[in-house]
Design a protein. Structure first.
Length: 381
């Protein structure tokens, strides 16, 4: 019994650390109230399990002899387990921008399994549906014990389906990764549930509830580290990782190109319209890159300041000219909603095995400044 309590305590302290850390890092992707509540109810489940084990081992003094206290902690355990998955389900809807929760009727329907759990937990005091406590204050499973597990897995499975569907439709790299992270929540609990059935003596449920939250949290940290906060694009570090992998593993019969995109007269935008509008111009530039990448594939990133990068493998050089024209066309479209013309200078360089990555950047930079010089002459600047 002691080793089970130790495992529960490790899980509990790990979740407390994650919760504390996430409260400090409020710009993480899953900052909705529902995400925190899911974690807090998971901690409550583990806490009640610890208390239950201590009562069983007669380690809590007079409380170990209290049947009422034993009923209380088990009722809280069952209700908290369903609430943890319910709030995860709610969080999934918020993250994928689901309109489901906008309707009061749907919000009520989503809470029905929680209501069922609360009713069966309370009725267990008299009917023993989920569990019952004998005269020796010993816990026993009831005939409807499995219903609580079904309710929990129903929420988790629904979350997984919603997230996967959203990921399949999403073209934005960052959002798609976030949705896939949500869908992972169900995987580990399902695996440990199989272990629990085969080996009831091994405490796996609490571990199964803890591991997905810790995994998702660490992935979110990595996503934050590799993401440009303003535009949502990959940042410079992620670009270098991707580019080094791309040159080390080239696709046969395709050429790798590095594009360098610079916003023309960006300082004037800041000076004339303010830095808030300058940030908005960068976000609209990111939208242009995303549109180009959606059409031709590839990898987009913000290098820094008003400079962006686009890495793509193409079949022939003619496609490069199509990509440049696409950049120009999309910037024209975006400019219609702005107070100024969003003009982009686009340079590119073709990778060859004789080049180092930093040399590839220098070539793309040189080509971009040639393009910028031509634009200035045409505009008479």
């Amino acid at each position: 019994m002691i080793y089970i309590v130790e495992i529960d305590c490790i899980c509990l302290f790990a979740l407390i650390f994650v919760a504390h850390s996430m409260r400090k890092k409020r710009n993480l992707g899953y900052s909705s109230k529902s995400f925190y509540l899911s974690g807090y109810f998971t901690m409550l489940v583990i806490s009640m399990d610890i208390l239950s084990l201590l009562v069983e081992a007669h380690k809590l003094g007079f409380l170990s002899r209290s049947i009422a206290f034993n009923y209380l902690i088990n009722i809280i355990y069952y209700v908290a387990a369903v609430c943890a998955t319910y709030y995860w389900f709610m969080n999934t809807g918020y993250v994928v921008n689901s309109t489901f929760w906008g309707k009061r009727r749907n919000g009520f329907l989503a809470m029905v399994p929680v209501g069922i759990c609360i009713a069966l937990s309370l009725l267990s005091i008299w009917k023993g549906y989920y569990f019952y406590i004998d005269e020796a204050n010993k816990y026993h499973r009831g005939s409807l014990f499995f219903v609580n597990n079904l309710l929990c897995y129903a929420y988790a499975m629904a979350s997984c389906i919603i997230a996967l569907r959203a990921a399949l439709k999403e073209t934005d790299y960052i959002k798609r990764k976030q949705y896939l992270l949500i869908s992972f929540y169900i995987v580990f609990p399902l695996l440990v549930a199989v272990i629990q059935v085969l080996r009831p003596d091994i405490p796996t449920i609490q571990v199964g509830m803890t591991v997905p939250i810790i995994y998702i949290y660490t992935e979110l940290l990595d996503l934050q580290i590799s993401t440009d906060y303003l535009t949502g694009l990959n940042n410079r570090n992620q670009l270098m990782r991707f580019l080094n992998m791309a040159v080390a593993n080239p696709t046969k019969d395709k050429s790798l190109y590095l594009f360098l995109i610079d916003v023309d007269s960006f300082k004037k935008i800041n000076d004339n319209y303010g830095h808030a509008e300058g940030d908005f111009a960068l976000q609209k530039t990111a939208d242009v890159l995303k549109t180009v990448a959606k059409r031709f594939g590839g990898f987009v990133a913000r290098f820094g300041g008003d400079e962006f990068n686009y890495v793509v493998e193409v079949d022939d050089d003619a496609t490069v000219e199509e990509i440049k024209k696409c950049f120009e066309a999309q910037s024209e479209i975006v400019s219609k909603s702005l107070q100024y013309k969003l003009s982009l200078s686009v340079g590119c360089a073709k990778y060859s095995p004789a080049l180092k990555v930093n040399e590839l950047f220098l070539l793309a930079d040189s080509d971009m400044y040639k393009e910028k010089s031509i634009r200035k002459k045409l505009l008479g600047v």
